[in-house]
Design a protein around this ligand. Sequence first.
Ligand SMILES: [Zn+2]
Length: 239
Amino acid sequence: MLYKFSNKVYYSKHKFSHLEPAIGYIKGDYFSIMIDTGNSEEQVLNFFEDLKKENLPLPTYAVLTHHHWDHSFGAAYTGIELISSKKTNDYLTEMSNWKWDEFSIDRRIDQKIETIYSANIMKKIYPNLTKINIKLPDIIKSGDFTLNLGKLVVSFYTNDNSHSDDALLIYVKDEKVLFIGDSHSKSYRTTPMSYDKNKLANYINFLKDLDFEYAIPGHGNIYTKFELLSLLETEYSEL
Ligand SMILES: [Zn+2]
C-alpha cells in the first residue's frame, strides 16, 4: 500500500510484523528514485506493483538510508542502480563476506551485532537463508550530495547518529519533507537499547536547523517536525 504525501512524494506502508520499513518514492520530471529497498524480493515486487497501480514511473535509482538488512536486502531484486554512503558500502561489503546460516546468525546475536527479534524475523522471511543476496552499491558517495530529478532537487546529508553512523538523511526542500530512515532511533547494540548523548544533541540541532514540516521514518507513522523534536528532546532530557 502506497501513501501519497504530495504529487512528487510517496511512501509505502511499513509492517512491524515483517520488519518491513517504509519505502520512499520521489518523482522528478526526468527520473524518480526510491528510498531504501526493503528487506526482500517480495517487498520490492509489492512496491513496484503499487507504483504501477498509481501509474507512477519505476525508479531509476535506489538510495539506502543505512545498511541494516531490513532496509537493504531487497536491493538485489530492484534491477536498478544502488546509491549509498561510503560507510554503508563498507558495512554491506563486510556483511557480504559473512556466513548466512542459522549457526552464524546466532553467533552474531551473541556478539550483539544482531538482535534476537530481528534475527527471528529474518529467519521467517528467509526460511532458506542461503537465498540472502546482498547487492553492493553501484554509486558510492563520501559526503553530502544533491540529485536533480528534474524540477526537483533532493539533498542527501550524511549523518552519524545513535542508531547507525552511516546514515543518509534525504531532504526534499520544495515539499518540506525529510526521509529519516531509523536515524531517530536508539542503538540496538547496547542493553538496554540507548541513545548516545552527544550524537542525539547533534541530531536534534541538525533537525532544528532544517526547514521541514514532516519526517517519514522507516518504521512507524509520519511525524510533524514538532512531534519528532518533542520526542527526541524528551529522550535527551532523560539521559
Ligand atoms: Zn536500522
